[in-house]
Design a protein around this ligand. Structure first.
Ligand SMILES: Nc1nc2c(ncn2[C@@H]2O[C@H](COP(=O)(O)OP(=O)(O)OP(=O)(O)O)[C@@H](O)[C@H]2O)c(=O)[nH]1
Ligand SMILES: [Mg+2]
Length: 353
C-alpha cells in the first residue's frame, strides 16, 4: 500500500516490456484492496495504446483518462490532475515504450519531461524477465533520466528465470515490488525474494520447499545445509545431494514439482513426466553416492576418467553424470554472483541484517 494518499505512479520501460498490461494489473490490484484508482494513457506513439488501456480500466473497474495525440507530458499532467480532482487516491500513468524507430534518447528525454511535469511519487520500471543482461544498461539509463523507485519484472511465467532483472536492481538500487506471471489482469504478484532467487538458481521455491520439509518432519539438517549454502554463496555436491534428498523425502513429487522451475530440473509436471522426474532424481542420488569425499567437496575435479568411474559405480552413463555436473555448475555460478554482490543479497532480503 502507498505510504501516503493520493499517490502517483509513473510506469516506464522499453517497448513491449509490459507497461500497459502492468498498469491494468496494478489498477486491479489496488482497487480490489479498497483504493480509488485512475489510469492515464500518455502513450501517443503506439497505435491503439489508448484503447488498450481503456479496456483494461473497464476490466478493473477504475477511472480512465486519455488523449489520442499531443504532447505526452501535457496529457499526463492533465490526466493526473483531472483524475485526482475526481477523487482518485492512486493514479497510474502509462507511457510510451518507443519514440520513433530506434530513438532511445528521445524516449528517455520524454520520460524526463514527463517526470518533471507529473512529479510522480514513484517511478516504476517495467522489465521483461527475458531481457537478460541488457537489463542493467536499460535500467541505468532510465534511472539517469528519472530516478527509478521500484521495479516490476514481467513474463516470469515464461521460460526465462529473470536473472537479468536482478542486474536492474543493482543498477538502480530500487526494489522489485511486483512480478507479472501471465497476460491476464489478475496475474500480478507481490515480489517474494526467496522464491525469485531460488527460481533464478533453478532451485524452485526454497521457502515453500522448506515449509513442506518441516511439515514432513524430514531431516532439519539436510535442509539447513541448503539454506546456509544459499546464504553463504557456497555450493558443493553435498548441497545438491541434500536438496535432492529433501525433495524426495517429501512424498508425492507432483505437488513439489509444481514449485520447481521446470527449465532447470529435467522435470515436467504431469503423471508420465513426474515418473521421469523421480527417475532422474533417483539417478542423480546414485551418482552422488558413488563419488569420493574429495569429489563431493570439490566437484570441479571430476574429469572424464572420474566420470567413467562414477557412471560405472552408479549404474548410469557418462552423459548422466555430465548432466548432473552441468546442473551443479549452473547453481554454483549464480550463487557466486550473489556472493560477489552482497548488497544485492541484502536488498533481496536473503541475509539477516
Ligand atoms: N506471459 C506474459 N505476458 C505478458 C506479461 N505482461 C505483459 N505481457 C504481454 O506482453 C505483450 C506486451 O505488453 P504491453 O503491456 O502491451 O507492453 P508495453 O510495455 O505497454 O508495450 P509498448 O506500449 O509497445 O511499449 C502483450 O502481449 C502482453 O500480453 C506477463 O507477465 N506474462
Ligand atoms: Mg504500452
Amino acid at each position: 500500500m502507498p505510504r501516503k494518499l493520493p499517490w502517483v505512479i509513473l510506469l516506464v520501460g522499453v517497448q513491449g516490456s509490459g507497461k500497459t498490461t502492468t498498469a491494468g494489473k496494478l489498477a486491479r490490484y489496488y482497487s480490489s484492496r479498497g483504493l480509488r484508482v485512475g489510469l492515464v494513457s500518455a502513450d501517443t506513439y503506439r497505435p491503439g495504446a489508448l484503447e488498450q488501456l481503456k479496456t483494461l480500466a473497464q476490466q478493473a473497474g477504475v477511472m480512465f483518462y486519455g488523449e489520442q495525440s499531443g504532447q505526452a507530458e501535457e496529457i499526463a499532467k492533465r490526466g493526473v490532475s483531472e483524475l485526482l480532482s475526481k477523487g482518485a487516491q492512486l493514479v497510474i500513468v502509462d507511457t510510451a515504450g518507443r519514440h520513433g524507430y530506434g530513438d532511445e534518447a528521445g524516449l528517455l528525454e520524454e520520460m524526463k519531461r514527463m517526470a518533471e511535469a507529473v512529479r510522480p511519487d514513484e517511478v516504476m520500471l517495467v522489465i521483461d524477465a527475458a531481457i537478460g543482461q541488457r537489463a542493467y544498461d536499460i535500467a541505468r539509463r532510465f534511472h539517469e533520466a528519472t530516478p527509478v523507485g521500484s521495479i516490476v519484472v514481467t513474463k516470469l511465467d515464461g521460460t526465462a528465470r529473470g536473472g537479468g532483472a536482478l542486474s536492474a536492481v543493482a543498477a538502480t538500487g530500487a526494489r522489485v515490488k511486483f512480478v507479472g506471471t501471465g497476460e491476464k489482469i489478475e496475474e500480478l504478484e507481490p515480489f517474494n525474494p526467496q522464491g525469485f532467487v531460488a527460481r533464478v538458481m533453478g532451485l524452485g521455491d526454497i521457502r515453500a520447499l522448506l515449509e513442506r520439509v518441516r511439515e514432513a518432519e524430514a531431516e532439519e539438517k539436510a535442509v539447513k545445509v541448503v539454506e546456509e549454502d544459499i546464504a553463504k554463496g557456497r555450493v558443493t555436491m553435498r548441497t545438491i545431494y541434500a536438496q535432492l534428498k529433501s525433495i524426495r523425502r517429501l512424498g508425492p513429487l507432483s505437488k513439489l514439482l509444481e514449485m520447481l522451475p521446470t527449465a532447470s530440473l529435467p522435470i515436467k509436471v504431469g503423471d508420465e513426466q513426474v515418473k521421469l522426474g523421480e527417475e532422474k532424481i533417483r539417478k542423480w542420488l546414485h551418482i552422488i553416492e558413488s563419488m569420493t569425499y574429495e569429489e563431493l567437496d570439490d566437484p570441479d575435479i571430476i574429469d572424464r576418467s572420474r566420470m567413467r568411474r562414477i557412471a560405472l559405480g552408479s549404474g548410469t552413463t557418462v552423459a548422466d553424470v555430465k548432466e548432473l555436473l552441468t546442473y551443479y555448475r549452473s547453481v554454483k555460478v549464480i550463487l557466486k554472483r550473489f556472493r560477489r554482490d552482497r548488497s544485492l543479497l541484502r536488498r533481496l532480503g536473503l541475509t539477516e541484517e
